[in-house]
Design a protein around this ligand. Structure first.
Ligand code: BT5
Length: 320
């Protein structure tokens, strides 16, 4: 019920909706509407109530279980949605509970043990980021799962650009940058047998409303708020992301490649056509980044002119 009220107020956020209208739509008493409105306010929603005019929602950055329910109503590819005020890691939660769910999305206001790749830490400050993971069960081979990182990257890039006038770049394979700084990181994990994926968890951390960062990442990290100077709605970003992701994911499952988005990936790549350092374990060599192919692999031209294909997860790359 709460999510129905929230959904309606979100759809009509430019005008007032009377208690009478809401009670007719939701088929409950006006007292009950009043109670749910108060509960939404307690969750942080900024809802003004004006005598005779009704209720109006000002979209701040609140996100909640009711908001997620509004969103998954709009999509078939996710069956379950869970919101947590605080959780160690949304990726770890879905991995630990995957046997109890089909497909799902988990969003947290705070992660206390957010994870990057290779055991690195993802700083997930409360209330200011979009910390989410999606559990999917695509019928693909294990080698295909890494492409989903780039499906998510494209969807998030487009979502940010839909909501804000910003230009976003992709740093292969899993970062989104604004200018030179990282605004989003993606961690895709899977459980698979040799020939088939059992499930994939795509974890996406987007810095939304941070005004400053902890010392250890302040030189490399940015947020949408820092870039625009305005508070950005996490709900609007998540809605735009899920819309884009659903479309690109469906296309990916048809093509089993990134062919519909590879042009955009190359156009927005910060590596392509640049000299890069390729770091493999203890060894670093320089090469020219040539392109990203439709399987999401980075093709480099070595100093002796030969071409090498780099797979996701195999190497780290730095712009020289
Ligand atoms: C990533 O790893 O960029 C993947 C991050 C995935 C985070 C999401 S949040 C939801 C889900 N649940 C999780 O537990 N994780 C996922 P990597 O490429 O390894 O980058 C990690 C590095 O980015 C760190 O070593 C820091 O240098 C930097 N970093 C950490 N927190 C950051 C932040 N909030 N913004 C920008 N950079 C950050």
């Amino acid at each position: 019920m709460k999510s129905k009220i929230l959904g309606y107020l979100l759809e009509h956020r430019d005008s007032y909706t009377t208690g009478q209208e809401l009670s007719a739509i939701c088929e409950v008493s006006r007292q009950s509407i009043h109670k749910h409105i108060n509960s939404l306010k307690e969750e942080g929603y900024d809802i003004s109530s004006v005598h005779r005019k009704g209720y109006k929602l000002t979209v701040g950055s609140t996100i909640s279980q009711a908001a997620l329910e509004v969103l998954i109503e709009e999509h078939d590819f996710i069956k379950k949605a869970l919101f947590f005020e605080s959780i160690p890691s949304t990726n770890s939660y879905l991995k630990a509970n995957s046997d109890q769910m089909d497909t799902a999305i988990v969003v947290a206001n705070e992660q206390t043990a957010g994870r990057g790749r290779l055991g690195r830490t993802w700083v997930s400050t409360p209330g200011v980021g979009l910390w989410q993971s999606i559990l999917l069960r695509p019928s693909i081979r294990p080698a295909g799962a890494s492409m989903l990182t780039q499906v998510a990257a494209v969807a998030m890039l487009e979502a940010i650009e839909e909501v804000l006038a910003l230009k976003v770049k992709i740093k292969w394979p899993n970062d989104l940058l604004i200018g030179e700084k990282k605004v989003c990181g993606i961690l895709t994990e899977m459980s698979a047998e040799l020939s088939a994926v059992q499930y994939v968890v795509i974890g996406i951390g987007l810095n939304v409303n941070q005004e400053t960062f902890a010392d250890e990442i302040s030189a490399i990290a940015t947020s949408l708020r820092i870039e625009t100077g305005i508070e950005v709605s996490r709900f609007d970003l998540l809605r735009a992301f899920l819309n884009r992701f659903e479309a690109h994911y469906a296309q990916f499952l048809k093509d089993l490649s990134l062919k519909s988005v590879v042009k955009l990936i190359n156009e927005r790549s910060v590596l392509v056509s640049r000299e890069i350092n390729v770091i493999l374990g203890e060894f670093t060599r320089t090469a020219l980044a040539k392109e990203i192919n439709e399987f999401g692999e980075l093709i480099i031209t070595e100093n002796d002119g030969t071409e090498t294909t780099l797979y996701y997860g195999e190497v780290s790359v730095r712009i020289k």
